[in-house]
Design a protein around this ligand. Sequence first.
Ligand code: BTN
Length: 338
Amino acid sequence: MTTTGHGRVLRLLADGERHSGEQIAAELGISRSAVAKAVRRAADDLGLVIEARRGQGYRLAEPLELLDAQRILAGLPSQSLALLTGLEVLESVDSTNSHLLRLAGQGVVGGRVCLAERQSAGRGRLGRAWVSPFGANLYLSLLWRSPLALSQLGGLSLAAGVAVARALEAVGAEGIALKWPNDLHWQRRKLAGLLLEASGESQGPSTLVLGVGINLRMPPEQAADIDQPWSDLSMLPRVDHLARNRLASALIQALFEALSMFEQAGFEAFLDDWSERDAYRGERVSLQIGTSRIQGRYLGIDAEGCLLLETDEGQRRFQSGEVSLRVLGWRDGAEKRT
Ligand code: BTN
C-alpha cells in the first residue's frame, strides 16, 4: 500500500508495541527527526493516537492491522479470483465508490475492487455522509458490469445486504440483522451499510458500483459525528475485529457469489435468507419519501424486495429508491432513527 514516510512508520507501529525512535530510524534508514515528523503527520493527518514518551519511543494507542492486497488475495477462493480483475488498496481517497465510478467512466472492466484505509468524503444513502476514519473500519467498493437492465436490478442491494451478513457470519459474528433496504444491524444499532450506484441502458447492460462500509472499531472522537445508534465489531463476542484483511476477503467472496447468483436467479434466491434476518418485522415504522411521511406496521418484504406496510388505508408496497425507514420507539412513543 503506502510507501510514504508516515505509512512506513505506521507499518512498524501497527503491532501496538513500543518502538524506540532509534530502532525505527535504523530499520527505515531515515533520521530520528524524520521519524518524529512522520509520527506527527500520522497523528495530525490520520487522526491516530500515538503515545510518544521521551527516551522510550512511540506506541500506537490501539494496535492496527493495515490492509494488505497480498493477504486479501491469499484469502480468496479460485472462483472469486476468476472474477476479480484488479484489487487496489488506497491509503486515502474521497470515496471508494466515487473512485470506481471515475474508473468506470474511463472504461475499466468489471470485477475491480477498491479498499481504502480512510475516506475523506465517504458517502451513504440519500446524500448522507459515511464516517470513515483511518485504519479503524472497512470501506470497500466493487465495480461490476452486468448484462441485466436497470429495471431488473431492483432487489440487488438487498441481495448484497445478505452477502455482507454472510461475510460477517463467516468471521464469527452472531446476531446480524437486516433493516430494509440494506442496513446491517447488531442489537438494533447500525453496524454496516451499503451504497449501490447503477447506470445503464433500459434493456441492459448496466454498470454497478457497490460500496460497503463496516464499522470495526469506531474511534470515540469520530463516533460523535454519527447521527444514529451505531455498533462496531469490537462490541461483538467471538469476532477478531482487528482481522481486517480476513474480513475483506470474506466480503469480496460473498459479494461475487451474490452477484453471480442474482444474475442467474434474481432476488427470489435471497428472499428466505433476507427474511430470516429481518430485524423489525411487525413493528411500527415511519417511511420518509421526499418530504412526505407514512406510518404503519412493517410487514416484511415481498419476492422483489419491496417493503410491505400495513396502513390505515390498507396494505401498501414500496421500492427502496428514495425511501428512508425509521423504526418507531415502542416504549416511550418516541421516534428512534435506526
Ligand atoms: C449507508 O448506509 O448509508 C451506506 C453506506 C455506504 C458506505 C460505503 S463505505 C465504501 C463506499 N464508499 C462510499 O463513499 N460509500 C460506500
